[in-house]
Design a binder for this molecule. Structure first.
Ligand SMILES: [Zn+2]
Length: 444
């Protein structure tokens, strides 16, 4: 099939302001050939007749932070009382849920992602249970295999065993369109030596990883002073009294290697201006999850301070345990309502191009020559700002050109990149060495 040409009332390229009376040319492999004003683009393409779109054309969305595996928690975990009551309830509710119910809700959530025009996710997972569903719907991005636990020896053994866990749960990785990276949960739920080992492992393998950082005030109190609701929760819920670092949160983040360009920092709702400046200087990608922060803590991420620091944040929904949908445009809409000074097309950029960049996927998130972002549209009149029409839209959103998932090498995350020895000091005294690959792993 030859190229397809779309002539639209408005084109929102994702990485740039809207183009009124725009055109987009897409080749048979889903790659963008050209985008611009219709008056310039259309005369250059004599081929097929342009397909007229009365509305806004935009690239596939990127939900840069979610936990699809928690989809069965939809509506079951009340918020509004802070992180610790929320996570305590989550732990209880999760333990009552059957794997069948989980699997069903994962499928439903992934369908909803696809219908919302989402083409890539940054998906945090303990179980790897959503990997197959994401691949089946052609949703790409990154899978962050998450580790948590404050018992140093126990958690370092889990770090050593991640490769075996991966090989057992996902014997054949679906392909290069979904990257795999080990990931620390937070600096108050994971021993910092394990966090450092995971971040170094991701860096060695040349992949992006993810860390929840500065989500709420209780996190800072625990890390910096060893007091407050988090240490109390560890004592009552797990009968544990971890050694708290008692150091400034962002000093600890820097020390474990989290302020680096390959580490996606999620939330920063409790970050101060000087801390945001450190994040910006480090070049670490940032993901904000406004509806989740509102749900759990009743607070918004500091969008204006983030922008003032020179950070271009991506957006994520977090999970259905703290949100009502996995539609990343609803995050942009929530910010539009509360930060009217921020141009709406920039909020769309956060849900598209900034998310693609955060995940290290420059082939996604923008209608730009050579990219393969998937092409979508929302129909309707946009007398004023076309970004407002997009932000007001609800799923399902219409597919014009389905995204063609990336293929190619480096698809097997259980492969040879794991053979590097763990960094010195990362292994607990007495812990067994990383398991040698089994025949099955070697053949996959
Ligand atoms: Zn999260």
């Amino acid at each position: 099939m030859a190229v397809r040409i779309f002539h639209a009332d408005h084109v929102l390229p994702g990485d740039a302001p809207p183009i009124a009376d725009g055109a987009v040319v897409v080749d048979a492999e889903g790659a963008i050939v050209e985008v611009g004003a219709a008056a310039e683009v259309l005369p250059r393409h004599a081929g097929p007749a342009p397909e007229r779109v009365r509305g806004v054309v935009f690239p596939g969305l990127v939900n840069a932070h979610t936990h699809v595996e928690l989809s069965s928690m939809r509506g079951k975990v009340p918020g509004g009382h802070g992180f610790v009551p929320w996570v305590d309830r989550l732990v209880t509710t999760r333990s009552e849920c059957s794997p069948d119910e989980d699997a069903e809700e994962i499928e439903r959530a992934v369908d909803a992602l696809a219908m919302s025009a989402t083409v890539a996710v940054g998906d945090v997972t303990n179980s790897l249970a959503a990997v197959a569903a994401l691949a089946r719907r052609g949703i790409g991005g990154s899978v962050f295999h998450e580790v948590l636990g404050m018992d140093r020896a126990v958690v370092l053994r889990r770090v050593d065993g991640l490769r075996a866990e991966l090989a057992e749960r996902v014997p054949t990785w679906p392909g290069a369109d979904l990257a795999y990276a080990p990931a620390p949960h937070t600096l108050f739920t994971l021993h910092h030596d394990a966090a450092r080992a995971l971040l170094e492992s991701a860096e060695r393998r040349g992949v992006r990883t993810s860390l929840h950082l500065a989500e709420h005030a209780a996190e800072r109190r625990a890390v910096e002073h060893g007091e407050g609701p988090v240490p109390e929760w560890f004592a009552t819920r797990f009968k544990q009294r971890p050694e708290w670092p008692k150091r400034p949160l962002f000093d600890l983040a820097a020390e474990v290697g989290a302020l680096r360009p390959h580490v996606i920092l999620v939330h920063l709702a409790d970050a101060r201006a000087d801390e945001l400046a450190r994040v910006a200087a480090a070049g670490a990608p940032v993901v904000l999850c406004p509806r989740s922060n509102l749900y759990i803590e009743g607070r918004l991420p500091p969008l204006l301070a983030v922008r003032a620091a020179g950070i271009e944040p991506a957006l994520g929904t977090d999970s259905l345990a703290s949100n009502t949908s996995l539609d990343v445009l609803a995050e942009a809409r929530a910010l539009a309502d509360r930060f009217p000074s921020v141009p709406k097309w920039e909020l769309v950029k956060m849900a598209t191009w900034n998310g693609a960049r955060a995940l290290g996927r420059e082939d996604l998130g923008r209608l730009a020559r050579g990219a393969r972002p998937g092409v979508f549209c929302v129909e309707g009149a946009a007398p004023g700002d076309p970004a407002a029409l997009l932000l007001a839209s609800r799923a399902p959103r219409r597919v014009l050109v389905a995204r063609v998932p990336r293929t190619g090498a480096s698809a097997d995350p259980a492969g040879s990149a794991w053979d590097d020895p763990p960094p010195a000091g990362a292994r607990a005294p007495g812990a067994p060495p990383a398991r040698a690959p089994s025949a099955k792993e070697e053949s996959s």
